[in-house]
Design a protein around this ligand. Structure first.
Ligand code: DGL
Length: 258
């Protein structure tokens, strides 16, 4: 098989990375993708660094065994812990995602920026360095969201629980003028509409999905492994829980438009 037509491996702890897969598929519809949701081990965001490293390493090694030409770590938590070491271990391109603090700070100088992410991402050195780089441009406020991924993973029919969680989360910030909310976990774009409803419908909300998709395309071009434009891309979903129910939830998230 020509290596250019090999799939791109995309993984996350669960359904979160499907928000990145959507951007990848929008930008490069002719690529083949294998999406791996490590639903058996979700959430990553409240585990220890060494556990997150081991689980991420396992996903990448399984995807590489399946013959992928590149891996997208569609998870801010796993990127912050494992991306650098995994890049040293493998020769194929490994692309990660980080909270979109840079575009938020540059486009809102002097503003208040709320960064929603998992506790692991926000306590990690990678994020602390990112914050240090942009703290002179804007007031960056980290907002850890323990438990939010678990609600999103349940899929449809949990709107009441979600609303209660978000109302409590945003309570301390209601009186502050927030310029932009950064979604620093790939699960959160799936509930963007709920976040706007709970905070304020006019607040600007951004995430790093499209930036990651563009960086992936840039690296495929650089390595000369972009798939030929006349190919019709296919997507294969895998859940480490190996259940039909999980696969159905994943496909629903991919097809959902919001
Ligand atoms: N979606 C992931 C992220 O971007 C991980 C969430 C989790 O498993 O806690 O951080």
């Amino acid at each position: 098989m020509n290596f250019s037509s090999a799939p791109i491996g995309v993984f996350d702890s669960g359904v979160g990375g499907i928000s990145v897969l959507k951007e990848l598929h929008f930008l490069m519809p002719n690529e083949n993708y294998i999406y791996m949701g490590d639903t058996k081990n979700a959430p990553y965001g409240s585990k220890s660094n060494s556990e997150v490293y081991e689980l991420s390493s396992q996903c990448v090694s399984e995807l590489i065994e399946m013959g992928v030409k590149a891996v997208v770590i569609a998870c801010n938590t796993a990127t912050s812990i494992a991306a650098n070491d995994l890049r040293k271990k493998y020769s194929i391109p490994i692309i990660g995602i980080e909270p979109a603090v840079k575009p938020a700070a540059i486009s809102h100088p002097g503003g208040n920026i709320l960064v929603m992410a998992t506790p692991v991402t926000l306590r990690n050195e990678k994020y602390l360095n990112l914050m240090k780089t942009y703290e002179h441009e804007a007031n960056i406020i980290p907002l850890p969201c323990p438990g939010l991924v678990e609600i999103i993973e349940k899929g449809k029919g949990h709107d009441g629980e979600l609303k209660d969680y978000l109302d409590r989360l945003f309570e301390p910030y209601r009186e502050r003028e927030i310029s932009v909310i950064v979604l620093g976990c790939t699960h959160y774009p799936h509930i963007k509409k709920h976040i706007k409803n709970a905070f304020c419908s006019t607040v600007k909300v951004i995430d790093g999905g499209m930036g990651t998709a563009r960086e992936t395309r840039r690296q495929l071009i650089e390595h000369e492994i972009l798939n030929s434009p006349e190919n019709k891309g296919e997507i294969q979903f895998i859940s480490t829980l190996k259940s039909e129910k999980e696969l159905k939830i994943m496909k629903d998230f991919f097809e959902k438009n919001d």
